[in-house]
Design a protein. Structure first.
Length: 286
């Protein structure tokens, strides 16, 4: 497919996930607009995309010409409505707050073309609840990417009861075009990956809290003993302790399963601003 025929992509939210999604879409040939109300966040995001592209070129994983093309296809904007007015695909990547997401989708629904695919990168919130904020819920779908987006091959496509076959097919085609391996998951709390990953992460934190072993040794056990690419505590640092705390609270409440209840140590670390990689300290120093 010619890149000229690819739908334009708007990514809302210039945080870690947002700029990663914007990067892979631009590399794949889409014209991309990254939206955030904060000029500083957009500036940081563009700088991080540039650094990521440079590293991929240095490692021989991306050609210099392809990287330059991706940079040229990536633009930024502060206003949601103007940005989505001509979008083919919109991907929301704002913090895990259902009311914020519903409010944003209502704005997008009012301004985006009626045929635009609307995706949410939520890792645990109900896709159906988010879709209820738009006039045509059938075009809303979960597009759960993984961090770091340019390196992780998985895309979790989450379908709710009202999603259309067309939206599902377009989401899978979009993911495949980004070079992702897609799995299709029903819209149930935690989907597949968060439900398993968060349970493991919470138990690993409880083990640190109980003095079972150091964070480094617990991670080493999972990397060497179970062939995980990264241990659950380092992964928690990479995702953000505050993000995983919110997901754990949501899953504990919706599933009624204490395995997801955030441990005391996690709450104390978040309260102290020890959020992981983004703050410079979590279970590791970054």
């Amino acid at each position: 497919m010619s890149t000229l025929s690819l739908p334009s992509v708007v990514v809302i939210g210039a945080g870690t996930m947002g700029h990663g999604i914007a990067q892979v879409a631009a590399v794949a040939g889409h014209a991309v607009t990254l939206v955030d109300a904060s000029p500083a966040a957009l500036e940081r995001a563009v700088a991080k995309v540039g650094q990521s592209l440079d590293k991929l070129v240095e490692k021989g994983k991306l050609g210099a010409e392809a990287a330059a093309g991706a940079r040229a296809r990536l633009g930024v904007a502060a206003g949601v409505e103007d940005a989505v007015a001509g979008a083919g695909i919109v991907v929301e990547a704002i913090p895990e707050n259902l009311e914020w997401k519903k409010a944003l989708f209502a704005r997008v629904d009012a301004a985006a073309p009626s045929g635009a695919l609307l995706g949410t990168n939520t890792s645990s919130l109900s896709i159906g609840a988010i879709a209820a904020a738009v006039r045509d819920p059938s075009r809303v779908i979960g597009l759960h990417f993984f961090n770091p987006v340019p390196l992780m091959s998985l895309l979790e496509v989450v379908v709710h009861d009202a999603v259309s076959d067309d939206a599902r097919a377009r989401a899978l085609a979009f993911g495949a075009g980004l070079g992702k391996e897609c799995i299709v998951v029903r819209d149930l709390p935690g989907f597949a990956t968060s439900r398993l990953g968060v349970a493991l992460g919470m138990e690993a934190i409880r083990m640190v809290e109980d003095g079972v072993a150091s964070a480094e040794d617990i991670d080493k056990a999972m990397v060497l003993g179970y062939r995980h690419p990264v241990g659950p505590l380092r992964l928690t640092d990479m995702v953000g302790l505050d993000v995983r705390l919110a997901i754990g609270e949501h899953l504990a409440a919706t599933l009624g399963n204490p395995a997801f209840t955030p441990p005391r140590l996690m709450r104390e670390m978040v309260a102290a601003g020890q959020l992981g990689q983004k703050s410079g300290q979590g279970f590791y120093l970054w």
